[in-house]
Design a binder for this molecule. Structure first.
Ligand SMILES: [Mg+2]
Length: 264
């Protein structure tokens, strides 16, 4: 493979430099899978912090905790179970519907329609699906605010996954089964590299979405790759629409569209 996916040592582990854009890796792809939060919208549009704060508030209300204790519990659950909801269900039998409605009840007015991303997704041949640890309603409303809802064939949310979040292998298994996905013919775009481990193992082509230099980074410290190469990440980019446009252009022209243009 003639590209370099070594994460550069810039202290935050968010660089990746494909030296060549290998369109061949996407030639056979017929299913395009996208994470939602911090993937289909940029990390600096402040949507994720709003959800994060609503989760803290849910725990404050539920347990009568102060904000700092609630926050600590939230982060413990997130790290241990992959999603706070899962921790609440395991430990306290909390109903999912109430939690999901509460934490996604946020102002989305900071989102603007992303016409270039809409065009890039439209240009991809095949199915387009959203795979999110959030709720379907949140994904739909967010995709609508971004002007992307019409581009997607379906949304596989945490409820469809029987409340089992990524990166649990069974969550992907359920997703593949429900949508009859051949992972060998599917690509996945996601901002958390640990959510790409199983997809890569299963044969998906994986693309990590990283923050632009200087852009807000909402990943937890443990989620930021620290200088090590990530063998489960085939590509990384902070320019999702440009990356997709290159894929579509290469497939249309039938040749490598890189032209030396690097996405990073
Ligand atoms: Mg995400």
């Amino acid at each position: 493979m003639n590209y370099d996916h070594t994460i550069a040592e810039d202290g935050v582990g968010r660089r990746d430099r494909p030296t060549e854009f290998p369109a061949a890796r996407f030639k056979h792809i017929d299913t395009w899978v996208f994470d939602l939060d911090n993937t289909l919208y940029p990390a600096d549009c402040d949507l994720w912090p709003k959800i994060d704060q609503r989760i803290t508030l849910f725990l404050v209300n539920l347990f009568g905790l102060d904000g700092i204790s609630a926050r600590a519990l939230q982060k413990y659950y997130y790290r241990r179970y992959g999603a706070t909801l899962r921790g609440l269900m395991e430990d306290h039998a909390i109903g999912a519907a109430e939690f999901l409605a509460f934490v996604h009840d946020i102002d989305r007015s900071s989102l603007n329609p992303n016409l270039s991303l809409a065009a890039a997704i439209t240009a991809l041949p095949g199915r387009k699906l959203i795979l999110t640890n959030g709720s379907r309603d949140h994904a739909l409303r967010t995709a609508e605010a971004l002007g992307l809802a019409a581009m997607f064939d379906d949304i596989f949310d945490i409820v469809a996954s029987d409340l089992l979040p990524k990166p649990a292998p069974l969550a992907y298994e359920r997703f593949f089964r429900k949508h009859a996905i051949d992972p060998g013919k599917a690509a996945m775009f996601e901002d958390l590299d640990r959510n790409l481990v199983v997809p890569h193992e299963q044969g998906m082509t994986t693309v990590l979405i990283v923050p632009k230099p200087g852009q807000a980074d909402h990943r937890e410290p443990f989620e930021i790759p620290g200088g090590a190469a990530l063998p489960h990440v085939d590509f990384a980019t902070y320019d999702l629409e440009g990356f997709l446009a290159d894929i579509a252009a290469a497939r249309t022209s039938g040749r490598n569209a890189a032209g030396g243009r690097s996405r990073i």
